[in-house]
Design a protein around this ligand. Structure first.
Ligand SMILES: NC(=O)C1=CN([C@@H]2O[C@H](COP(=O)(O)OP(=O)(O)OC[C@H]3O[C@@H](n4cnc5c(N)ncnc54)[C@H](OP(=O)(O)O)[C@@H]3O)[C@@H](O)[C@H]2O)C=CC1
Ligand SMILES: CC(=O)N[C@@H](CCC(=O)OP(=O)(O)O)C(=O)O
Length: 415
């Protein structure tokens, strides 16, 4: 009997993954059974699953390997019946060392995952359980894909040895007063807020490697900070008058039914929301201010656009005196040289959301504005991958001492 998230005794559970690393006869998969004989963390043996070809680009050598090559890491996905949870499951289908042993849901607890997400019915997975019934004794790491607010209460109750990547906004803002101001209530786990490391992988890789709890960035903040942080650090752009117009696909709002997200409300059009006060403003300003080592403020307007996945951020900036668009381009190019997931497009190629969908890539480019001294930067990501679950897998790979790109080498789905 294992411990539960909220401290009670865990009842016996159909679908619980076997303890010996091989599927046992009591396991009730929702689809095709795929035997895996990978050893668990802490045991030495060789992984029999196909390993992913190593990247021809940057090799990420971990400082303190937590997991040996081939060892199995047992994963819990909290909120597996939501969009980001399902995306974690899709990505982990090709991960040679992460195996899902626990999946939770709220309204959908008790259902088979393959019934909730038929596109993943071929995966051999445990059933969805309520968090209070989840058994964490057979888990090494958690992807927490729950709504903000709820998340901090749940993570507070999890066993302390678990490594956690939280996809919600609960641990992203370092200042708890700022959190209270933007999220409308006092933080309920301030000690964890202090412990959490912000998970913008390409920028904070070293900190993430040694973290136990990682606050995965929001989708808009990922698409904005990846280009702007290096430019601000290098003092190539002015800190004033940064204007950002961003657009998100509707999966950004989650799977829960909402009138505002009905097909009839969003089809054949686009509209702005969160004007002046979207809660990603403090998150972006926190990252940009750290890069600048002084307070940076932004004008930011998100828009909801009629597409399923994808996000574009268009950033209008003023260059520092004497700086050219070519300087911005060259700096971003050299910053991300060798990075597998962040790419500067060549020449005047315009980043399209449709060219990154399904992948962990961020594509970006820099353009001259008609007004001298100004530049326009465009970045695109898949909000569910680099903007959420892909970056989360990238971060957990680092935390477990594994190659950062493990399980993430999906090419975009086009057309
Ligand atoms: N969608 C995106 O593009 C991005 C989302 N995020 C963040 O990731 C998190 C998950 O987002 P997303 O997957 O889109 O959300 P969804 O609404 O699609 O899924 C939410 C999940 O949480 C479960 N849940 C809801 N309330 C509770 C509760 N009180 N207790 C336990 N479980 C609960 C739901 O279960 P059930 O369905 O069974 O009720 C579902 O599994 C959110 O914090 C979101 O802001 C971050 C970056 C991008
Ligand atoms: C289209 C849409 O509604 N998008 C969400 C952002 C998704 C996201 O990144 O949210 P978190 O910060 O909670 O993780 C929003 O604007 O609130």
């Amino acid at each position: 009997m294992g411990s539960t998230a909220l401290g009670g005794a865990a009842p016996a559970r159909a679908g619980l993954a076997p303890k010996n690393g091989v599927l046992g006869s009591t396991f009730k998969p929702c689809g095709v059974v795929k035997l895996k004989t990978t050893p668990k963390v802490g045991r030495s043996s060789v992984c029999v699953r196909a390993s992913i070809a190593s990247s021809p680009q940057k090799q990420y050598s971990p400082k303190t390997p937590a997991v040996q090559s081939g060892e199995e890491v047992r994963i819990a996905v909290l909120g597996a019946s939501g969009y980001t949870g399902a995306e974690i499951v899709r990505l982990l289908a090709n991960h040679p060392q992460f195996r899902i042993t626990v999946m939770t849901a709220d309204r959908k607890a008790g259902e088979q995952f393959g019934s909730v997400f038929p596109h993943l019915i071929t995966q051999d997975l445990p059933n969805l359980v309520a968090i209070k019934d989840a058994d964490f004794s057979d888990v090494d790491a958690v992807f927490c894909c729950l709504p903000h607010g709820t998340t901090q209460e749940i993570i507070k109750g999890l066993p302390k040895q678990l490594k956690i990547v939280d996809l919600s906004a609960d641990f992203r803002l370092r200042d708890i007063n700022e959190y209270a101001e933007w999220y409308g209530h006092a933080h309920r786990a301030p000690e964890l807020q202090e412990e959490a490391v912000y998970g913008l992988t390409e920028v904070l890789r070293d900190e993430i490697r040694n973290a136990r709890l990682v606050a995965n960035p929001g989708c808009y903040p990922t698409s904005i900070q990846l280009p702007l942080v290096p430019l601000i650090k290098a003092k190539l752009i002015k800190l004033s008058n940064i204007i950002i117009d961003a657009k998100s696909g509707v999966t950004g709002a989650g799977r829960g039914a909402k009138e505002a997200n009905l097909y009839t409300e969003i089809a054949e059009g686009i509209h702005a929301y969160g004007i002046k006060g979207h809660r990603h403003v403090p998150e972006v300003e926190q990252g940009l201010s750290e890069a600048a080592e002084s307070k940076v403020t932004i004008s930011f307007t998100p828009n909801l656009i009629c597409m399923k996945r994808g996000m574009q951020s268009t950033m209008f900036v003023e260059m520092a005196p004497g700086v050219t668009v070519s300087d911005l381009y060259q700096h971003l190019k050299s910053t991300y040289e060798g990075e597998e997931f962040v790419k500067l497009l060549n020449g005047s190629n315009v980043p399209h959301t449709r060219h990154v969908v399904g992948s962990n890539y961020c594509f970006m480019n820099v353009f001259e504005d008609r007004i001298p001294g100004r530049a326009i930067i465009i970045s695109v990501i898949d909000n569910l991958v680099k903007g959420a679950s892909g970056q989360a897998v990238q971060n957990l790979n680092l935390m477990m001492g594994l190659p950062e790109n493990m399980g993430l080498q999906y090419q975009p789905l086009f057309p």
